[in-house]
Design a protein around this ligand. Structure first.
Ligand code: NAG
Ligand code: NAG
Ligand code: NAG
Length: 512
């Protein structure tokens, strides 16, 4: 019930504000799918709570707000989940599911991997919510003076101190191997825990981890374009051409004066007026994110649309001859996504987006939008743009428009963002992190795979690129509709763990 309740709360928040900045639409999709997958796969009879029989258990750790300054006594409470139903003993492996830029629910230790992998090794499954997201929120709001304590480095320090605290609380033997798992940004964190704390973390599985920080992520839409042509997931060259034509039509209508803008606003369900160029850029960005998100989450449970359905809509012949048919298909796609996410309209005004991101009340700022924007401005960039001939969409919103959010919301200049991104790559090593016993898993239709590791970096840094798979698909709960390549990919992850964990068992036996 608690799952359902928080899910409803989420819907309510979203529909109150509508959708805003393009990147936020992707975040909404992510939350939507995560909530769907977590809540639809938990046994109906599971007990949430604190009793001894409760599975999973929820707990809280007192963590230092500033782990790098011992004289600073401020703390915050970090949430974790424990599933010990498969655990075989105190020296069983620990599978630690690291949380990323959103809340973590009980499903994080119950469904998908790592939970699905746990029975084979009798592993204890724990998940740790990222600081400043979900309920792991320091007191005092989201002012920049506090956001100063939000970074991947802080998150890694939290993992290290959680390792110590949870070992004590849960009686984990010092010989238990800890394996970190994570998807997307948290996949990078999983990699970096092994890189920075090899004495604590035995191995890591990093799913769809964008290890290379980049300010201008124009490659994102290049992969989106390629994936729209991929026949195995329902794409075609015609589909890409239709997507391109639909965007050209939107741009034409935007330029054709106030009357046609009003029609467009009505037809696409835009939340606000479209006469300002920045509001037009917001709309175009949201439409791109909608197509990008369809590719990014293709085939996953809870995704409002897949590539096959999107292409079906874009290529269908519609009765109305006032517009090109691809435009009408895009319109249907927008309607379908809004309806399934419970939204009234697509993209509010730029001014509203900025106002919302400036709000320092955690409850008002949406599901971590301000926090994640801060991390992109101070660590990762990842601004999706459309550049070059390969990009089928509008050139709007351009990079300066997106960087301007860092300036307007946090007073951070474009050059400081660029500097921070370069620093991140030199601190962690980008796409050659040099961590051993890390498996990098990606899907080749996922726009993020180009920032990850997709070829073996060495015998102890294997890479798995799963054909026709989308973002973090390997972590999702298994379904009968999963493709053979996805099943094979999951099997390879299993086999890799078998190899690593066999080594440690052998080493342990030798010691005796
Ligand atoms: C460390 O914390 C103390 C106590 O809050 C503070 O006075 C000091 O300025 C901090 N040092 C740094 C380097 O942040
Ligand atoms: C840990 O071990 C102690 C003593 O062996 C026991 O009393 C306690 O209940 C155990 N706690 C857990 C969480 O297993
Ligand atoms: C085409 O546009 C005209 C004028 O805007 C409108 O009267 C007509 O109903 C439209 N046709 C269709 C099929 O929607």
């Amino acid at each position: 019930m608690a799952v359902k309740a928080s899910w409803l709360g989420f819907l309510l928040l979203v529909s109150l504000w509508g959708l805003s900045a393009p990147a936020l639409l992707l975040r909404r999709l992510r939350e939507h799918i995560q909530n769907f997958q977590e809540s639809s796969n938990i046994h109906p009879g599971f007990v949430l709570g604190h009793g001894p029989g409760a599975i999973p258990k929820q707990g809280w750790l007192e963590q230092p707000l500033d782990p790098f300054n011992a004289t600073d006594r401020r703390i915050f409470l970090q949430r974790y989940w424990v599933n010990d139903q498969h655990r075989t003993g105190q020296d069983a492996p620990v599978f630690l599911h690291i949380g990323g830029e959103g809340s973590l629910g009980p499903g994080s230790v119950m469904t998908g991997h790592p939970a699905a992998l746990a029975p084979a090794w009798g592993a204890l499954v724990i998940s740790l919510e990222h600081r400043f997201y979900g309920l792991s929120m320091p007191a005092g709001g989201l002012d920049v003076t506090l956001l100063h304590y939000l970074s991947s480095r802080h998150a890694l320090a939290d993992v290290a101190s959680a390792h110590r605290a949870l070992s004590g609380l849960l009686n984990v033997s010092s010989s238990s191997p800890w394996i970190c798992f994570g998807g997307s940004y948290a996949g990078s964190l999983a990699t970096w825990t092994r890189l920075k704390f090899p004495h604590l973390v035995f191995a890591a599985v990093a799913s769809s981890a964008p290890l290379n920080a980049v300010v201008d992520f124009s490659a994102y839409n290049q992969v989106v374009a390629r994936s729209l042509t991929q026949v195995t997931i329902g794409g075609s060259l015609e589909c890409l051409a239709a997507a391109s034509a639909a965007f050209a039509e939107v741009e034409r209508l935007l330029r054709a004066g106030l009357a046609s803008q009003a029609v467009l606003r009505e037809e696409l369900g835009a939340c606000g007026s479209l006469d300002l160029i920045e509001d037009q850029a917001e709309l175009l960005g949201a439409l791109q994110a909608l197509v990008g998100g369809t590719v990014q989450y293709d085939g996953q449970a809870g995704a409002p649309l897949g590539v096959r359905q999107l292409c079906g809509l874009l290529l269908r012949t519609w009765g109305n001859r006032n517009h090109s048919t691809p435009y009408l298909g895009l319109r249907r796609a927008v309607q379908r996504v809004l309806r399934s996410m419970g939204q009234k309209c697509l993209s509010s005004s730029r001014a509203e987006t900025v106002a919302q991101l400036r709000n320092t009340e955690p409850q008002v700022s949406g599901v971590g939008d301000r926090q994640w924007l801060y991390q992109t401005c101070t660590e990762f960039g990842f601004y999706v743009t459309c550049e070059g001939l390969q990009c089928p969409f509008s050139q709007l919103p351009a990079l300066p428009f997106q960087l301007d959010l860092c300036e307007q919301v946090f007073g951070l200049s474009p050059s400081s963002v660029a500097q921070a991104v370069a620093q991140t790559n030199s601190y962690y090593g980008g796409q050659s992190p040099g961590a051993t016993q890390v498996m990098f898993v990606n899907g080749d239709t996922d726009p993020w795979h180009v920032l990850s590791v997709t070829q073996d970096l060495g015998p102890s840094e294997p890479a798995l690129l799963i054909p026709s798979a989308s973002h973090c698909f390997d972590m999702a709960p298994m379904r009968p509709s999963d493709s053979p390549s996805l099943r094979l990919g999951r099997q390879k992850i299993f086999q890799q763990l078998q190899v690593w964990l066999k080594d440690i068992r052998r080493a342990r036996t030798d010691e005796i």
